[in-house]
Design a protein around this ligand. Structure first.
Ligand SMILES: *Cc1c(COP(=O)(O)O)cnc(C)c1O
Length: 428
């Protein structure tokens, strides 16, 4: 079909590798081509051919209020009039740091970055510098951005394209990253018995959400916490996706845990490029200029990004019930609707949902780690994806990605989506 999107994609491929600036956008996993966006407002995205979709990706997490919320666009306009970037301390970054430390009790001090990748990469360097140890432990299918130490058995785009490891990551780096299966307490205990005094940190996605959406078994997160304490290692919670989405204090708030370092991104940037890492003050004071661990950024703490993020946090926290509680109600309504639809149609399924995050699996096995996620019916997913897109519903173009709701999704929007799902199932 010769659409404006297909023409532009052909042109994009001449100048941009694969036509995209981040791999999962290429739609390779569903066998087709992406559309190009013209504009987006609320829960809807309109492409350059004029077709509108209800969006369940929300820029892969940041857009928790929907697209172009007026509070955020106003904040950006307002702040931009006084300058866009200074490389000089500005009041917005203090405001942001103060807000994060007030909302997340484990974070006593915080440093801003320009992406989630930088946040996790810096947290790892800090943990190694602080403990003077080299090994880190991560979990199969957990995605922590694309820095060298962390691009080992990663999820998200790396998993989607069947490249859990990347070319260009030296073996010597990867060897310092120990990869374990998630939700397997025995494997964790064993590795700490063998190498505990050489392990700097465990890094974990608080709820793994880049290879489907997986929940920890009862007691598993407590074990991560107690075992790191016992062996003098640090616990790094990667809350880039869950932070400020599942409540003021993310998963650590829901699970009542106190990680040593936490990483953030996505929602705190309000759609501008932002990340952050923070934690215990004595650990954070190990960073330059106070300490020996170097970490920096030309645009870190950028005033536009801070103001956009702060305005988004402000909207989420106001009202009774607050935004998080409203999102939770939307998520429960949607997940219940999907389950009853798939049950009525006799489609094997498992639907994981927490707050505004959801994942539909076309399998009825219990999902406890990435191996289970990989065993679903991929061909069925592809057909379902295209049938939904045709009918104006945009879900992630990969069965490994979590879906997101925003405060701009109304109950009627969700019910319209369920009708589309029903039509899509009938068509395939
Ligand atoms: C998105 C994500 C990252 C990487 O953030 P970027 O801003 O894309 O660099 C890291 N960790 C988790 C859990 C994420 O979801």
């Amino acid at each position: 079909m010769s659409t404006l999107s297909s023409k532009l994609f052909a042109e994009a491929k001449k100048y941009i590798p694969g036509g995209v600036n981040s791999p999962v956008r290429a739609f390779k996993n569903v066998g087709g081509e992406p559309f190009f966006v013209r504009r987006a407002k609320g829960c809807r995205v309109t492409d350059i051919d004029g077709k509108t979709y209800i969006d369940f990706i929300g820029s892969w997490g940041p857009n928790i209020l929907g697209h172009a919320p007026v509070e955020v666009t106003n904040a950006i306009h307002h702040v931009a009039k006084d300058g866009i970037s200074f490389g000089i301390p500005n009041p917005h970054e203090v405001d942001m740091a103060k807000t994060i430390t007030q909302w997340v009790p484990s974070v006593e001090k915080v440093r801003m970055t320009s992406s989630g990748t930088e946040a996790t990469m810096s947290a790892i360097r800090l943990a190694r510098g602080f403990t003077k140890r080299d090994y880190i432990v991560k979990f199969d299918g957990c995605y922590h951005g694309h820095s060298d130490s962390l691009l080992v058995a990663a999820g998200s785009g790396a998993l989607t394209h069947g490249e859990p490891d990347s070319a260009g990551v030296p073996k010597a780096f990867a060897e310092k990253t120990i990869v374990l299966s998630y939700n397997d307490p025995a494997a964790l205990t064993k590795i700490f018995e063998e190498k505990g005094d050489q392990i700097a940190a465990i890094i974990v996605e608080s709820y793994p959400a880049n290879a489907g959406l997986v929940f920890p078994k009862e007691g598993y997160l407590d074990l991560l916490s107690s075992i790191t304490k016992k062996y003098g290692a640090l616990l790094i919670f990667d809350e880039v996706m869950t932070g400020f989405r599942l409540g003021k204090a993310g998963v650590q708030g829901l699970e009542n845990l106190t990680p040593d370092i936490s990483c953030f991104g996505k929602v705190i940037g309000g759609g501008l490029p932002v990340g952050a890492f923070g934690g215990r003050a004595d650990i954070m004071d190990f960073i330059a200029p106070l300490g020996p661990v170097y970490q920096a950024g030309t645009l870190s703490g950028n005033p536009l990004a801070m103001a956009a993020g702060l305005s988004q946090l402000h909207v989420l926290s106001r009202g009774t019930p607050d935004g998080f509680a409203q999102l939770d109600a939307l998520g429960k309504h949607f997940a219940a609707g999907i389950r009853s639809l798939l049950t009525a149609k006799g489609v094997p399924h498992s639907v994981n949902q927490v707050g505004s995050m959801f994942c539909i699996y076309f399998t009825d096995r219990e999902i406890i780690n990435v191996d289970d996620v990989m065993k679903q019916d991929m061909e069925f997913f592809k057909k379902f994806f295209w049938a939904c897109l045709d009918r104006g519903v945009y879900i992630a173009p990969s069965p490994y990605e979590t879906g997101f709701l925003s405060l701009a999704h109304s109950i009627p929007d969700l019910d319209d989506t369920l009708t589309v799902f029903e039509e899509a199932l009938a068509a395939i």
